[in-house]
Design a protein. Sequence first.
Length: 210
Amino acid sequence: MANIIVFGAGGRAGRPTVAAAVRRGHKVTAVVRDPGKYADLAREAGVTVVAGDVTDAASVAKLAPGHDAVINTAATLDEGHFVAAAKALVEGLSATDVRRLVAVGIGGALEVEPGVPAYDSDALPDEARAFSRNHAAQLPLLRASELDWVVLAPPLVYLDEGEGTGGYRLGTTAPIPGADTFAYADLALALVAEATAPTRSREMVAVAGA
């Protein structure tokens, strides 16, 4: 059994991640901005809901100690969010003994050709490129850190909120062929597995359904 802290626990990726961790017998600290809005999470056995901010290093440093791994599923449309979160996680975790970080990436950062991310190609519509660049801007900060991190990047599709396949595949830095759909539920399985039984380290990895 592991003790996992999940930032962004109330979101579309966070909720299934908490649920997947609980199903596997892990303890979860679910971090949200306003715990009062997430009474349903607090009722889950093995889940403790706390207030916190993944973009605040002091909040990360306060909440992370005592956990085996951190999962970051928090996302906003704020162009500076992902860089701020990466900075806070690197700084905050450096003040603790927690080193394993698993974060949600974005398909737009996967390489459609060697060395060419999707956001620099015609694979993405114009409106998606800026968000993908903002999302991927966390990677240099993580690479420069001493954390044991992995970023799991879903396919270049809109994720659905259904049951998924009940499994997942990990690939390389390129999109996984045939991944035409992907569910948050399958992403959650991969996030929890990499937090508790790591197979990849210090890299961005494509993830898709089984």
